[in-house]
Design a protein around this ligand. Structure first.
Ligand SMILES: Nc1ncnc2c1ncn2[C@@H]1O[C@H](COP(=O)(O)OP(=O)(O)OP(=O)(O)O)[C@@H](O)[C@H]1O
Ligand SMILES: [Mg+2]
Length: 201
């Protein structure tokens, strides 16, 4: 009984944290008086800031190619240095990348060894920016490929809200972009993101 009670209290606390995070995002989306500035946005800078939001000690210098953090995770970054900027909100795009990086780190931490992430950006056909975020985490089962983008679907019992990717997909698609998934169960996962330089209406 005591153990049960403790578990319920713990779950309650983590739900409150998640609700706080969700509220922050919803606030920034729904408060019409809160200005979301759309400016020239450097995608590489957003990727580095997304890393830094997960690891405060990481510097945002985009010329780094290998970053090792305290808990043994190694990031390999290959960021194109000739990427044109896009019209977007840097804070929102950073948040979208942060969601993906955070999920990757959570999947990596389930494993004992081989803790890697690869992040690359490139320009394709002069008009599409491609970002790939790959991890050596738990992978995702094929039958769940579509579910992970659904609102409220989470495999993290009591720890996840299933909100992150739902929002991220919506945001990337709002930029005229796409997000696609490649994953092998127990091996790892890659998210392929495209963002057009000019949104076609
Ligand atoms: N890189 C990944 N490796 C393995 N599973 C993943 C990865 N990214 C997403 N998933 C799966 O997709 C699900 C949905 O992710 P999403 O970020 O939307 O929600 P969450 O992480 O469970 O909760 P939260 O809303 O708090 O982020 C996760 O619960 C997990 O099962
Ligand atoms: Mg998540």
């Amino acid at each position: 009984k005591a153990k049960e009670r403790e578990e319920i209290l713990e779950t309650g606390a983590s739900i409150r944290v998640k609700l706080g995070e969700a509220k922050e995002i919803l606030d920034s989306l729904n408060q019409p008086w809160r200005k979301i500035s759309v400016v020239q946005t450097d995608i590489n800078a957003c990727l580095m800031r997304a890393l830094q939001k997960n690891y405060m000690e990481v510097s945002i210098d985009a010329s780094q190619t290998r970053i090792e953090v305290d808990d043994g995770v190694v990031f390999h970054t290959t960021l194109a240095n000739d990427l044109p900027s896009i019209q977007s909100s840097p804070d929102m795009l950073t948040e979208a990348f942060k969601v993906i990086v955070k999920n990757s780190l959570e999947a990596i931490k389930e494993k004992e060894k081989d803790k890697f992430m690869w992040i690359d950006s490139s320009l394709k056909n002069d008009n599409i920016i491609m970002v790939n975020i790959r991890d050596s985490g738990t992978g995702i089962k094929k039958e769940n490929f579509n579910k992970i983008f659904e609102l409220g679907w989470s495999s993290k019992k009591g720890m996840g809200m299933g909100f992150g990717l739902f929002w991220t997909k919506d945001f990337i698609e709002g930029l005229g972009g796409t997000i696609a998934l490649e994953s092998v169960w127990q091996k790892g996962t890659t998210f392929h993101i495209t963002i057009p330089l000019h949104k076609n209406h």
